[in-house]
Write a protein that binds this ligand. Structure first.
Ligand code: SF4
Length: 170
């Protein structure tokens, strides 16, 4: 019991740190990229949310922002980059193309990146306004603090399964 309380408190502390230190990997493929640059510019001061440092190596990032249209051909590359992110990794679908395929109703465009990787926050708009992006980041911060993102839930489930297996073996 005591160990569980200590573990929970440590996790809360780690999540508090995570929510104020996103290291973003921008996976930019299309016109939404202009809006990403705008958010990263001084006017919107994304540093207030601890998310101002883009990293161009997935191994140094824990937040993937998929910015723009993803075609079927790009799908495997997106998955490969996602698999290299530091754990626990978070994903934001930036704009309607990344979220749903947007107005591209054709065979070559993926109808939403959640067909390929798990998504924690969807930001609507074509393109989204910078204020919407900041709103999306704040929503992600809330989910991270509460441990409700896909990877945090998966990690907890795996830890529970491990403990159950150990108890069965004991
Ligand atoms: S959502 Fe609109 S602005 Fe963004 S990539 Fe798609 S078409 Fe371009």
């Amino acid at each position: 019991m005591g160990l569980e309380i200590t573990t929970t408190k440590l996790e809360d502390l780690a999540n508090w740190g995570r929510k104020f230190s996103f290291f973003t990997y921008p996976f930019i493929t299309a016109c939404c990229g202009m809006e990403f640059m705008s958010v990263a510019a001084p006017k919107y001061d994304i540093a207030r949310f601890g998310a101002e440092f883009p990293r161009f190596s997935p191994r140094q990032s824990d937040l993937m922002m998929v910015v723009g249209t993803i075609t079927e051909k790009q799908g495997p590359a997106l998955k490969r980059v996602y698999d290299q992110l530091a754990e626990p990794a978070f994903v934001i679908a930036f704009g309607v193309c990344a979220s749903t395929g947007g107005f591209y109703q054709n065979y070559s465009v993926v109808p939403g990146i959640d067909q390929i990787i798990p998504v924690d926050v969807y930001i609507p708009g074509c393109p989204p306004r910078p204020e919407q992006v900041l709103d999306g980041i704040m929503l992600l911060q809330k989910k991270v603090a509460e441990g409700r993102t896909h990877n945090q839930v998966r990690e907890r489930r795996e830890a529970l399964e491990r403990r159950e297996r150990q108890n069965e073996g004991a």
